[in-house]
Design a protein around this ligand. Structure first.
Ligand code: SF4
Ligand code: SF4
Ligand code: FES
Length: 689
């Protein structure tokens, strides 16, 4: 058991585990020691000296080995020099003074020193309003500088570090956080210091420059405005923006994010998204997101999005009212066989209602473009309580036919970290991947052979106390079946299970809700009413466009006039995930809630409401009044979702490290999670296909 150390910080008694740094112990009891180079996710380096504090320790009697008592108190000896709170570990009986005159004076002097070469562009700097240097200067800094303005370091403003990140060299305080993040956390050591002294610069040493899918995170942890994103810089000031919690919809990890929005004149008075920021969830994305999640949100504001229903008249799609579109749909589906084809881009609520529609009309509900054998994750998917952050020595992780770096970037970060903690990482993949260098065993083979290779490793893998298996795309379901067979008997054991590296955010939700794989569309659609939601087979493969022409009718729910929508008889405009609420089930079987950030476009409606309206037109009763009510229906209909409600999904518990709370210098500009950590599905289906 970890030993607990008792110490005193600014007159407060603190009990913390042995090995805790003073800076963290203080943070735990609400005392903020100013830091720049320290970041709670990285090893301390003690470079900036901003965190200087007075440290006293009990005087020990050499003869007895016991503390010396004086006037009934343990005698404390303070060192002649201040110590850096970010590199000093707590010890029993320690007394720390973070706000004494001596400590305050040192903190002030360090700030004065940092400002000697800082351009003071706060009024035009993107970091203004959420800048630790600005905030700490106001809180601890001097009101005047003794250094000469003309002696400041001047450099050309704003140079690109890559196509996504810009560097302002004058603003850099050389804390090294960006370099250390890239090296230690991302495993992409593409930044470095160049030159020395005042001339020290941050440079990128990769080709292409700043070659990392995690580059945006450096702008969150840079404690000044030296690193900014090409996407957001000069876009808005932090205090002008609102924050809405959401879930990234671009891969199965389910990173927790925040949309920053504002109403602005240059966008015609509309509320628009200005940027995407990470939101802390230590069991999912910690405090990071990848660049895809951070920058690829613009499609939701694309002016070509569908804003009104369309109905085919005389062979041409024409604008129609909702009533006309629903009536046309009713006529098409009356007495016909229906097949619903939906993708994992949709929320749990959308997929549930679409399946209700299919079931109500005695049709089929199929999951578009899914991994063969994906439905096995409803039985062997990870158990409740699983946290990739807990894996280390004694655990085995198999990554088979998946490239986590590109397909699910935050899983790459978490698996890499688990391997560094001692987990036995085995990778089987046809090509080299960025995760390879952390693997204990690496097997190259053709995709068709991956399942056979997994079987050969069965004894080694099943000997581990915990076993997590990621599987990706191969030609058939043999891989999923082989991986599942290794997990038998571990179905309800936390930190064990099968994870599909799906293409979309909510394929897992679709499987859990009972969707079947849409194996060969061409064979299924002929003569039927095909109801497509968030799926564009005609755009993905021209052969499917031909197959869709054999359908009796085509009804489409979409964001855009896709190639499939162009062939449709009726097209319903769907709201983007940023305009509505709903939930996704991540590949780790965690159900997480997203919230509306901007008003809906035109007459677009949420997919679950469109499905409910169509069902109603067809004489069925499907809940469509709100996503919350649909989730209540899911919870009573689907055993795996039992007990889940929007209230439960919104619950939060305290997380470490503490981020937010009004100070930004400790964890950076990642948002504190106040809107929900999500809930793991706690049961497995026993689906046979
Ligand atoms: S660019 Fe920012 S994070 Fe990097 S060393 Fe400079 S101040 Fe630190
Ligand atoms: S890892 Fe996946 S879920 Fe997370 S930000 Fe990137 S694309 Fe989005
Ligand atoms: S030396 Fe402690 S924060 Fe930099």
């Amino acid at each position: 058991m970890t030993k607990i150390i008792t110490l005193t910080i600014d007159d407060q008694k603190v009990n913390v585990p042995e090995g805790t740094l003073i800076v963290n112990a203080a943070k735990m009891v609400g005392i903020d020691i100013p830091v720049f180079c320290y970041h709670p996710k990285m090893e301390p380096v003690g470079m900036c000296r901003q965190c200087l504090v007075e440290v006293g320790r009990p005087v020990i009697d050499r003869a007895t080995g016991q503390p010396v008592i004086e006037d009934g108190q343990v005698k404390i000896q303070f060192g002649p020099k201040l110590e850096t709170a970010c590199t000093t570990v707590v010890s029993e009986g320690m007394v720390v003074l973070t706000r004494s005159e001596k400590a305050r004076q040192a903190q002030k002097e360090i700030l004065e020193f940092l400002l000697t070469s800082h351009p003071l562009d706060c009024p035009v700097c993107d970091k203004g309003g959420e800048c630790p240097l600005q905030n700490l200067t106001m809180a601890f800094g001097p009101s005047q500088s003794r250094f000469l303005y003309d002696d400041k370091h001047h450099a050309e403003k704003h140079v690109p570090l890559g196509d996504k990140i810009w560097l302002d060299r004058e603003r850099c305080i050389q804390c090294g956080r960006c370099i250390r993040f890239q090296e230690k956390i991302a495993g992409d050591p593409v930044l470095a210091f160049y030159q020395r002294g005042r001339a020290t610069d941050i440079i990128t040493n990769s080709d292409p420059p700043f070659d990392s899918i995690f580059s945006g995170n450096t702008t969150d942890i840079c404690p000044v405005g030296a690193l900014t994103t090409a996407d957001f810089r000069f876009g808005a000031r932090p205090w002008e923006m609102k924050a809405a919690a959401s879930i990234c919809p671009l891969c199965p990890v389910g990173c927790n994010i925040v949309f920053n929005t504002r109403r602005e004149a240059k966008s015609g008075g509309k509320v628009v998204i200005k940027r995407v920021m990470p939101r802390q969830n230590e069991q999912v994305n910690e405090i990071w997101i990848c660049d895809r999640g951070r920058f690829n949100w613009h499609y939701v504001e694309d002016p070509t999005r569908l804003a009104h229903p369309l109905v085919k008249k005389d062979g041409k799609l024409e604008l129609a009212s909702w009533q006309e579109a629903l009536e046309a749909t009713r006529k098409h589906i009356a007495g016909a066989q229906i097949v619903v084809v939906a993708s994992g881009r949709l929320s749990n609520e959308d997929l549930f209602n679409l399946k209700q529609l299919a079931d109500g009309l005695s049709g089929q509900a199929l999951l578009y473009d899914s991994l063969p054998g994906g439905e096995l994750t409803t039985r062997y998917g990870v158990a409740a309580g699983t946290n990739l952050g807990d894996l280390g020595a004694g655990s085995a992780i198999l990554v088979a036919a998946a490239d986590l770096y590109y397909e699910a970037p935050i899983w790459y970060l978490r698996v890499k970290a688990a391997a560094e903690r001692g987990a036995n990482l085995v990778i089987i993949h046809p090509q080299a991947t960025r995760l390879d260098k952390y693997a204990k065993k690496l097997i190259r083979c053709e995709r068709e052979e991956v399942a056979a290779k997994v079987q050969e490793l069965a004894a080694e893998l099943t000997a581990a106390e915990n076993l997590i298996i990621f599987f990706g795309r191969t030609a058939d379901r043999r891989l999923a079946e082989t991986c599942a067979s290794l997990l038998q008997g571990r179905e309800s054991k936390p930190n064990n299970g099968l994870i599909g590296v799906w293409q979309r955010a909510n394929d897992q939700g679709a499987w859990e809700l009972g969707y079947k794989p849409a194996a060969d569309l061409a064979k299924i659609v002929e003569g039927k009413v095909v109801y497509l939601a968030a799926a564009d087979p005609a755009g993905d493969d021209p052969q499917w466009a031909e197959a869709l022409k054999t359908a009796k009718a085509l009804i489409v729910q979409e964001l855009f006039l896709t190639e499939t929508a162009k062939l449709a008889d009726v097209v319903f405009p769907a709201q983007a995930f940023s305009e509505r609420d709903g939930s996704y089930t991540s590949g780790e079987r965690r159900v997480q809630r997203f919230y509306p950030a901007t008003p809906p476009l035109g007459e677009a409606r949420p997919d679950f409401a469109i499905a409910a309206a169509v069902a109603s037109a067809a004489g069925l009763e499907v809940e469509g009044r709100s996503a919350l009510r649909v989730m209540d229906k899911i919870a009573v209909s689907i055993p795996a979702f039992a007990g889940i409600s929007y209230g439960k999904l919104a619950e939060v518990t305290e997380q470490w490290p503490i981020v937010g709370r009004g100070d930004l210098y400790y964890g950076g500009t990642t948002y504190e999670n106040r809107q929900g950590l999500g809930v793991h599905l706690n049961k497995h289906w026993n689906i046979e296909t």
